[in-house]
Design a protein. Structure first.
Length: 357
């Protein structure tokens, strides 16, 4: 298996190092061969080449089986024009690899229940929501511009979707829902936006192909409220790029620990891209403080979605749970009575805990 590795900026290199320890351990225990190729993206690439996504990086990623990404961005590059910022590299790699479906699970680990800002009775027995965010269309990629108008400066961004773009991400979400709780909530703003009205028609139009999944629709403002009021009503959510960006941050915070959440971005084949949901946190970079669990759990998603190795995916997830059960915590999830450890030790402990089931 060829894996393109993009450590990126800030804590990116810190956490990717831990994810690689886990991959090495899986390689031994499960006898899977990995070949890593490290490439540049984001701020690191801007410093080196002047561009956030060098041609070479995209080519290496395209010829890999999967891409493992740390995080990109930092204050250092914040003053650059939009198309030269580290974030532009992230958008370009998503588009360049055709990664239209972004899977962001919001899972509450029972060991971390008290870290959530929600009351325990709202969380109940736990939380397991999968946000499927459309990732290569919508307002992120629609026409935008700025000009001087008769009454001063004007600026615009365009929410634009083709029916095909909606259908392919919706089908992916139906399939995922079919393997989980069999409930799909499509979220839009069809009471106002024409693009949302088409979104709703397209999603409803294919529902008949998935008779075992119950489809419902919800307006995005209501969804933002319902996620706080009663998050357990959700199983799988499918929504546009912009709404998904916002709602996935909200959903992740329900679990109280952004440092725990992985993600997968998938297209029509290989490669998939795997990255933690959290950002580059430059203020704690290189200080052995970052929580590597989101990056490590991203490798589990890689085994599941790119390599079809549920056994290895489960082994990684079990190893994480084991270390949490033993009371080890990085500072972001530290609680009274637990043992505080650093990034490296967390990586070592999780990798060391991987066994053959
Ligand atoms: C995310 C991030 C990115 C996005 C930014 C960094 C461009 O917020 O992955 O959710 O908006 O997609
Ligand atoms: Mg975001």
């Amino acid at each position: 298996m060829r894996i393109a590795v993009i450590p990126g900026d800030g804590i990116g290199p810190d956490i990717i190092r831990q994810a690689l320890k886990v991959l090495d351990r899986i390689s031994k225990v499960y006898e899977i061969d990995f070949e890593y190729q490290e490439v540049l993206m984001g701020g690191a690439a801007i410093d080196e080449t002047g561009r956030p996504l060098p041609e070479e990086t995209l080519e290496v990623c395209k010829s890999s089986d999967a891409v493992l990404l740390g995080a990109v961005g930092g204050e250092k590059w914040d003053k650059l024009p939009g198309h030269l910022r580290p974030e532009a590299g992230l958008l370009a790699i998503r588009k360049g690899l055709g990664l239209f479906a972004n899977l962001r699970p919001a899972i509450l680990f029972p060991q971390l229940k008290s870290a959530s800002t929600l009351k325990e009775e709202v969380l109940g027995e736990g939380l397991n929501i999968m946000v499927v965010r459309e990732l290569t269309g919508g307002i992120y990629f629609g026409q935008r511009g700025r000009r001087m108008g008769p009454s001063g400066e004007e600026a615009w961004d365009t929410e634009f979707y083709t029916a095909h773009e909606v259908e392919r991400v919706a089908r992916r979400a139906f399939e995922i829902a079919g393997k989980r709780g069999k409930k799909l909530m499509s979220i839009d703003k069809a009471n106002v936006l024409e693009s949302s009205r088409m979104w709703r028609e397209v999603v409803s139009g294919i529902a008949g192909d998935y008779p075992d999944v119950r489809l419902e629709h919800m307006y995005v403002d209501n969804a933002a409220m319902q996620l706080i009021r009663n998050p357990r009503q959700f199983d799988v959510i499918v929504t546009s790029n912009m709404f998904g960006d916002i709602l996935s941050d909200e959903a992740s915070m329900l679990t109280g620990s952004l440092g725990m959440l992985p993600s997968a971005s998938l297209g029509e084949g290989r490669p998939g891209l795997y990255e933690p949901v959290h950002g580059s946190a430059p203020d704690i970079a290189g200080k052995d403080l970052a929580n590597p669990i989101a990056a490590i759990l991203s490798t589990a998603m890689m085994f599941r979605h790119s390599f079809n190795r549920e056994d290895a995916a489960a082994a990684v997830e079990t190893a994480v749970e084991k270390v949490l059960d033993q009371g080890f915590r990085t500072v972001d999830i530290m609680q009274p009575g637990m043992t505080r450890i650093g990034t490296e030790e967390m990586g070592d402990r999780i990798a060391g805990g991987i066994t053959k089931n």
